[in-house]
Ligand binder design. Structure first.
Ligand code: ADP
Ligand code: ASP
Ligand code: MG
Length: 412
């Protein structure tokens, strides 16, 4: 039998009614002749709640115990989904990550999938089971500890299963009916894209568009998985949603295809550090060791052998970053006068493969932000994206202004 992977996100399994609705969709695909692998997220809000509990009990937590706690939401939905399917007389059972076993690295909180053996689940399909329900987001490390794949990781579980089982398609059911030119919750003018290139989706995801986890797009690109994003609340036909596909399969696209944002950023500046060889390594080494995900980096022109070093990181990592920097200062590895944290910033980015061949995107972006009176604090660019750090209070305004400036409401 051909295999289909269907992933249901948190809002799609938030209540027993919604689980039933999702199960009905699964039932239709079973009736269409598929063996189905269902990947489920935790019920909406559950993972956040558990992250909050961990933070409350242990701010600099042991990541292995963090994973033990936050992975548990998916166990509940996997069991409930299997029960719902059984109530519908569809032979189904649940698997937790370790039971598959979905083997990962031991990078707790952000583990990478290493291997998904298929024999266990395939043997059950051969015995007549029609649906394997797998808890997303979680796996097992070489040391035998429970791991998680980073926030939004169920998307990655889904694509990895699709690749491992040679599934015909990987359908990601969520609370929007596809990938939009920007978050439809921020701009009413956001337009749904029928198709988006892997590379653009990769950038949008890594720049904050939550709709797919970055790693899931990477895997789909590498293993050529047919990846579709669609609504779990609407009726979908064959061409519903957004297909994430190779650049060659897209006929026409705008120079800029989307605007992404990341709301909870922080800008940290080390004031007056010695400008000498090895200083960047002495700063960013300890930050990496402390698990701080440094994003943008700017070093000022030095004055009298001293300089300011600015970097950005997620706002919830500021405490870790401060601890790492003060620790390095105490050890004498670095020397700075002051560490200033600006925790009220966000990052807004424009993305498009058309930028490779079109000049003027940056100036248009800066002009439109200036016209709104928005000050840019840090800028970074790559071949197909431009990102700026700005005050968080301007997030919505900036996204909407850029969406207008690049006329994203209109198709190419
Ligand atoms: P799930 O729980 O199903 O995994 P997520 O909340 O992780 O859902 O992702 C879906 C959300 O992503 C949408 O509700 C939407 O607000 C947000 N989003 C951000 N950028 C985009 C975009 N460009 N297109 C569609 N949705 C987006
Ligand atoms: N429940 C996890 C999270 O909220 C994984 C996921 O939903 O994809 O991050
Ligand atoms: Mg998600």
């Amino acid at each position: 039998m051909p295999i289909l992977v269907m992933k249901f996100g948190g809002t799609s399994v938030a209540t027993p009614d919604r689980i039933r609705r999702a199960a009905k969709r699964v039932g239709r695909e079973v009736a269409n002749g598929y063996d189905v692998i269902v990947i489920v997220s935790a019920m909406a809000g559950e993972t956040n709640k558990m992250v909050g509990l961990v933070d409350e009990i242990s701010p600099f937590y042991d990541a292995r115990e963090y994973d033990a706690v936050v992975s548990s939401g998916e166990n509940v939905t996997a069991g409930l989904m299997a029960l719902t399917l059984q109530e519908m007389d569809i032979p189904a059972r649940s698997w937790q990550g370790w039971q598959v076993p979905l083997k990962t690295t031991s990078a707790h909180g952000a583990a990478r999938i290493e291997e998904i053996p298929t024999d266990n689940i395939n043997a059950k399909f051969a015995e007549g089971m029609q649906v394997a329900v797998v808890a997303g987001f979680q796996g097992i490390s070489p040391e035998g500890r429970i791991t998680t794949l980073g926030r939004g990781g169920s998307d990655t579980t889904a694509v990895a299963f699709a690749a491992a089982f040679g599934a015909e398609r990987c359908d990601i059911y969520t609370d929007v009916d596809g990938v939009y030119t920007t978050d439809p919750r921020i701009s009413a003018k956001a337009r749904k894209l029928d198709r988006i290139a892997f590379e653009e989706m990769l950038e949008l995801a890594s720049l904050g568009a939550k709709v797919l986890q970055t790693r899931s797009v990477e895997l789909a690109m590498r293993y050529n998985v047919r990846l579709r994003v669609l609504s779990s609340f609407e009726d979908n036909n064959e061409t519903a949603g957004t297909l994430v596909c190779a650049e060659e399969d897209i006929v026409e696209s705008n120079v800029v295809s989307g605007v992404a944002y990341s709301r909870d950023e922080a800008k940290m500046t080390l004031i007056s550090v010695a400008d000498r060889p090895g200083i960047a390594a002495a700063i960013f080494g300890p930050l990496a060791e402390a698990g701080v995900n440094v994003d943008m980096i700017v070093q000022n022109i030095s004055d009298d052998g001293r300089t300011d070093m600015t970097f950005s990181c997620p706002v919830d990592q500021v405490k870790r970053a401060e601890k790492a920097m003060l620790g390095a200062k105490e050890k004498g590895d670095i020397n700075f006068h002051e560490l200033v944290a600006d925790t009220d910033v966000c990052k807004v980015s424009v993305v498009g493969i058309g930028m490779r061949s079109h000049a003027g995107v940056a100036s248009k972006m800066f002009d439109s932000l200036a016209a709104e009176g928005i000050n840019i604090k840090v800028i970074t660019t790559s071949e197909i994206k431009i990102s700026v750090l700005i005050d968080r209070k301007y997030l919505e305004l900036a996204v909407q202004a850029l969406h207008d400036a690049f006329e994203l409401e209109k198709a190419a």
